[in-house]
Ligand binder design. Structure first.
Ligand code: ATP
Ligand code: MG
Length: 313
């Protein structure tokens, strides 16, 4: 398991107005397509991944064209996250799944560099340890969910227990098939007990794009550390993963914890779509900067007294 946490930063972007003790009001980008509606897996529906174009890029022609929109979204997310951190009422869990080289690390980098690191954690889930395997599959997961005011990103997640576990039959069908309901109950618990919204992103790339990214990893000395034999082994199971993804989407996309299938062949479009969906979700929480817990007038008097004393000395 990987844990990455950085130190607090206390800068609020000046460009975006925050009103004290009232909902945050932000300027909405005009003419922006609503990727939340476009890419959500409606609860109960069954998607066919081969019918979703992984190269989709909407109205954008290039990275350069999309970049201003991504920057604006990240700035807004940063502000909303600041309010979430101050209010300590809601929390957000972002789940990233996808094939090897699907871009999970890239999304993490984008989102984490965009937000105030205070109250933001990234957790990566690898093969379970011997200790973890002695417990139920959610044991190692539950301890990392966000507390009030926090955003947590899962780079792979409890969904591996209905994906890799199913594809490689690491558990019998009667065991992993019950996990869909268990996961839904778990995510509902997070919402009911702790106001935790869960957003789940399946980063959808084509098989050709994956091979191209493997090639880049081989050719680029700065990326070679990522090369792994298991990537090629897993690629052989592509169709099985697609089936496992489709069942996962069908069984576990819910109102409080929806799945989104994000066309991810274009990294910049992936970042745009994911950040817009996160922004909209945070915005819909109607968060407020809380009123000060102390008597500001009294503290101001103390400040003035200290200022006078400092000037006198
Ligand atoms: P990249 O996309 O850059 O290769 P990664 O997420 O694949 O990154 P790796 O260290 O290559 O990271 O692989 C982690 C492995 O751990 C994956 O193959 C994943 O399927 C496996 N894994 C995660 N959770 C479980 C689980 N519950 N049971 C079995 N395997 C798991
Ligand atoms: Mg890997």
């Amino acid at each position: 398991m990987m844990l990455c946490e950085t130190q607090p930063r206390t800068v609020i972007p000046d460009a975006i107005p925050i009103t004290i003790n009232s909902p945050v009001t932000l300027e909405k980008p005009s003419n922006e397509p609503d990727f939340f509606e476009k890419f959500i897996v409606e609860p109960g529906t069954r998607v066919k991944l081969n019918e979703i174009d992984p190269s989709y890029k909407g109205k954008y022609e290039s990275e350069a064209q999309a970049l201003p929109a991504v920057s604006a979204l990240l700035q807004t997310i940063d502000t909303l996250h600041y309010v979430m951190h101050a209010e300590k009422k809601n929390s957000l869990l972002i789940v990233l799944q996808g094939m090897d080289a699907g871009g999970k690390d890239g999304v993490v980098r984008r989102i984490v560099t965009g937000v105030n690191p205070a109250g933001c954690r990234v957790i990566g889930f690898k093969q379970p340890t011997a200790e973890e395997l002695k417990h139920d599959f959610l044991w190692r997961v539950h301890q990392h969910v966000p507390g009030k005011g926090e955003v947590v990103i899962f780079n792979r997640s409890h969904y591996e227990d209905v994906l890799v576990v199913r594809v490689h039959q690491l558990a019998p069908a009667h065991v992993y098939s019950k996990r869909y309901d268990t996961i839904n109950n778990f995510e509902q618990l997070l919402m009911q007990e702790n106001d935790t919204m869960v957003l789940k992103f399946l980063l959808h790339i084509s098989k050709e794009e994956q091979l191209m990214r493997f090639k880049h990893r081989l050719e680029d000395p700065t990326r070679r550390w990522k090369v792994s034999e298991s990537d090629y082994k897993e690629r052989e199971y592509w169709d099985d993963y697609i089936k496992a993804f489709e069942d996962m989407l069908h069984r576990t996309s819910t109102r409080h914890a929806p799945w989104f299938v994000i066309p991810s062949n274009h990294k910049w479009f992936r970042d745009l779509a994911v950040s817009q969906i996160i922004m909209r979700t945070l915005e819909d929480l109607n968060m407020k900067i809380p009123a000060p817990a102390v008597d500001i007038a009294r503290i101001r008097n103390r400040y003035h007294a200290a200022e006078l004393k400092a000037k006198a000395s």
